[in-house]
Design a protein. Structure first.
Length: 73
């Protein structure tokens, strides 16, 4: 199976993530999640299309959404 690509939706979010300490549990959880998502883009839970906020659909032009719960999130 081909590995998926993971990218941040905007530069501000990526900058915030990069500014976190490597010891920060949130950053470690996100890095772990990114690894899992790269291996299997369908890990997590699928959001029903009617429940995807219209704001996200309009802003990011998405037609599907998956949720991945972080530890202690």
């Amino acid at each position: 199976m081909k590995r998926s690509r993971v990218k941040f939706v905007d530069q501000n979010l990526e900058n915030s993530f990069n500014s976190l300490s490597e010891k920060d549990p949130i950053k470690r959880g996100i890095k772990r999640a990114i690894g899992f998502i790269k291996e299997d883009a369908f890990c997590g839970r699928n959001v029903r299309k009617r429940l995807i906020p219209k704001k996200l659909v309009e802003k990011y032009k998405i037609n599907n959404l998956w949720i991945y719960n972080l530890p202690n999130g």
